[in-house]
Design a protein around this ligand. Structure first.
Ligand code: ADP
Ligand code: MG
Ligand code: ZN
Length: 476
């Protein structure tokens, strides 16, 4: 039997206004090579200057994973030639990264949590893009010098579920702390998956393979499954030493396989050395204060939702997995919705309808204020749960969000007024005096009949719990 060992490297594109070492904008440009300057074009004599916003964002990640934020860190050059990198080296942080150590907690299927150790998070500059068209290639340097934060985990994951849970957690965290839009399809959240196997009980790690080119959580799981099988078969066939090499492999989406891309270079091959153009990155108190300004993180939210709002921890996890959902939920509460009812109406009633209509929470046609008010109207018995669903269905198809007016026009107001309900009850009891006798004689099943008749007579408008309460009262 074998054990799988996984470590992940995630490249997050930081959402700074300008590039890592120059003042060029990072925003999208329709024209190629327009967001460039002598520094990111690597023209002779141009010098890099560190972007403080990028450093602060890296530090914020450091604080959010409980890591060590180094007050002095260094930039190194990693030498290699590639047409989309005019410097012929990448500026990165090898010897002392801005963030070292740290931890992330992931939720396992059995309800327990597991700690994943973090190795480090370092700043580095992205390359440009090569574009191949017919028999020639073009280079676009708009992206060259864009800040990346490479977040490296310890080899602490033992199966693909853990790897995906870790990635989802990290993805959600970087979005909460707003350091990246973390769009996987567009490449602002990229991950390299390192996989090895070892016989159960063996302490030494096996040979790791690094898989690149994976752009969705689903493919992460598929690539790991493929690689574990390939390595296991090699082991069982006695060819592990020759077939499993420390190398970089590419994930092939169409074929669902990994393919060898290149042998893994050793650090020495890159001729790393401290960048002589850059001074040490020294963190100031202002930067620390700014980096520490962060919103409530998902783990803290879960704890608060469970302990203070009385929400089930599974529900709290679902709601906080995505910052838009958590903010939606909190905005509902601000409208007077009670927490438990808000959970139900958000997670099953609204999400169900959004899914059917092809919307995400971010572009929901019904905003949190409206849903919050609707739920508050159910909680205070103005409308019934059934009426609430009717109202929600109506709003999914219509423009108006005037809850109060809609309750009126759709005739959804519930009668909770004792006097009005009692008047109906008394009439029902009078018209069914024989059944009242039978009920009093012990035929208690008839209670349901009286409830049904009262509801019917009120055309469904009576508040059911009020009807129950008043009937019990009247029948003694
Ligand atoms: P490189 O820059 O060569 O990719 P790093 O040190 O940056 O190396 O990253 C190594 C990654 O591989 C880390 O995420 C680490 O957890 C993981 N890793 C190291 N050894 C193993 C192993 N035997 N099996 C699986 N993952 C591993
Ligand atoms: Mg690496
Ligand atoms: Zn530039």
């Amino acid at each position: 039997m074998f054990e799988t060992v996984i470590g992940l490297e995630v490249h997050v594109q930081l959402n700074t206004k300008t590039k890592l070492f120059c003042a060029c904008p990072t925003s999208f440009a329709a024209q190629q090579n327009i967001n460039t300057c002598p520094t990111c074009l690597a023209l002779p004599g141009a010098l890099p200057v560190v972007n403080q916003e990028a450093a602060v964002k890296a530090m914020r990640l450091g604080y959010s994973i409980n890591g060590n934020v180094n007050h002095t860190s260094y930039f190194d050059r990693k030498s290699y030639f590639y047409p989309d990198s005019p410097t012929a080296y990448q500026i990165t942080q090898l010897t002392k990264a801005i963030v070292q150590k740290g931890e992330v907690f992931i939720d396992l299927a059995d309800g327990t949590q597991k700690r994943i150790g973090m190795t480090q998070a370092h700043l580095e500059a992205d390359a440009g893009k090569n574009m191949h068209e017919g028999d020639h290639s073009k280079v676009d340097l708009n992206r060259a010098g864009t800040p990346l934060l490479e977040i490296v985990s310890d080899p602490d994951m033992r199966n693909s579920d853990e790897a995906v849970a870790y990635l989802k957690k990290l993805h959600s965290m970087v979005r909460y702390i707003d350091i990246s839009d973390a769009n996987m399809q567009e490449g602002s959240f990229r991950c390299d998956v390192n996989v090895s196997i070892r016989p159960k009980g063996q302490e030494a790690f096996g040979t790791r393979v690094e898989i690149k080119n994976i752009n969705s959580f689903k493919f992460v799981a598929q690539a790991i499954a493929y690689e574990v099988q390939r390595q296991t078969e090699a082991y069982e066939d006695g060819v592990y030493e020759t077939e499993v090499n420390q190398e970089t492999r590419l994930w092939n989406v169409e074929k669902g396989i990994t393919k060898s891309m290149r042998g893994k270079e050793e650090a020495a091959d890159y001729r790393y050395f401290p960048d002589p153009d850059l001074r040490p990155l020294i963190v100031t108190q202002t930067m620390i204060d700014e980096a520490k300004m962060m919103p409530e993180l998902p783990d803290a939210k879960i704890k608060r939702y469970v302990e203070e709002l009385g929400i089930k921890s599974d529900d709290a996890r679902v709601i906080t997995s995505d910052k838009e959902m958590a903010y939606y939920f909190e905005a509902m509460l601000a409208q007077g919705a009670t927490p438990k009812t808000a959970v139900t109406w958000l997670t099953s009633e609204l999400l169900g309808r959004l899914k059917k209509a092809g919307f995400a929470i971010l572009n929901s046609p019904i905003d949190a204020q409206t849903l919050g008010l609707l739920v508050a109207k159910i909680s205070d018995s103005t409308i019934s749960g059934k009426g609430g669903k009717e109202l929600l269905d109506y709003m999914m198809l219509n423009e108006s969000r005037d809850i109060v007016a809609l309750i009126d026009t759709l005739g959804l107001a519930q009668v909770s007024d004792d006097g009005a309900i009692l008047a109906i009850i008394d009439k029902i009891l009078l018209n069914n005096s024989d059944k009242v006798e039978q009920y009093k004689g012990g035929k208690e099943k008839l209670f349901g009949f009286f409830v049904g008749q009262t509801m019917k007579a009120s055309k469904g408008a009576a508040n059911p719990s009020k009807v129950n309460e008043l009937l019990k009262d009247r029948l003694g």
